[in-house]
Design a protein. Structure first.
Ligand code: SAM
Length: 203
């Protein structure tokens, strides 16, 4: 990866870390927080290269003794990149990256029932509502009753659509914040990195 690209990603990750903490603090004001648990498991759906793996792991480790992060994406190349990059998160943590169609998540028995968080960075609901409805439904099913569902979005309309979909699916919205520091992807466009964050719980 080119150095300037790496620097940009590092800065995005710094902003994402702060943004996730802001969202969790906001949820906390409503009495909702990340589970304190011995072993935390997070499902990172449609994770692509999963740049955010270390940021997520650090957050989980503040509340648990050990962690497991499972990334899923259709794109083989991105999954390979994630696998190569995140081989060693330290002795308390394990990360796996799986290359399969997330609409088929319910066919993967070992990924059911035990997840503390289903995370979707830059979810893509607006681009394929039928497929994403299924991805959301299957993922929510795997989250523990007291777990969280978190999404980030690149632009306002897609965020609005995804939030509506998830609340229509019966989730309770516990935080919905905008990142004023978010990096514009192109100077003139309304699309930026981790522009919105929404956190939901099951009812
Ligand atoms: C907007 S990108 C976000 C990628 C990554 N989370 C990020 O923030 O950079 C959407 C991702 O959804 C993945 N995707 C789309 N449909 C999928 C499916 N049915 N199963 C798994 N991944 C899927 C794409 O391969 C792509 O990596």
């Amino acid at each position: 990866m080119a150095l300037n690209n790496l620097e940009t990603i590092t800065q995005d990750m710094r902003r994402l870390d702060a943004f996730l903490r802001e969202g969790l603090d906001d949820a906390n004001k409503k009495g909702i927080s990340l589970n304190r648990t011995k072993h935390a498991r997070l499902l990172n759906m449609a994770c692509g290269r999963a740049d955010e793996t270390e940021v997520l792991n650090k957050l989980l480790l503040e509340k648990s003794e050990s962690t497991e992060l499972i990334g899923v994406d259709l794109r083989h190349r991105e999954i390979e990149m994630a696998q190569t990059r995140w081989t060693n998160l330290g002795e308390k943590s394990d990360a796996q990256f799986l290359n399969f169609d997330a609409t088929k998540l319910n066919e993967h028995q070992s990924l059911q029932d035990k997840n503390d968080i289903a995370f979707f960075r830059h979810q893509n609901f607006w681009n394929g509502p039928k497929i994403w409805r299924e991805i959301f439904e299957n993922s929510i099913d795997t989250v523990k009753e007291d777990g969280l569902i978190m999404i980030t979005s690149y632009f306002d309309k897609e965020h609005e659509l995804a939030v509506k979909e998830l609340t229509d699916q019966g989730l309770e919205l516990v935080s919905d914040i905008k990142n004023e520091q978010s990096r514009l992807i192109l100077p003139s466009c309304e699309k930026s990195v981790d522009r919105h964050l929404a956190i939901f719980k099951k009812r």
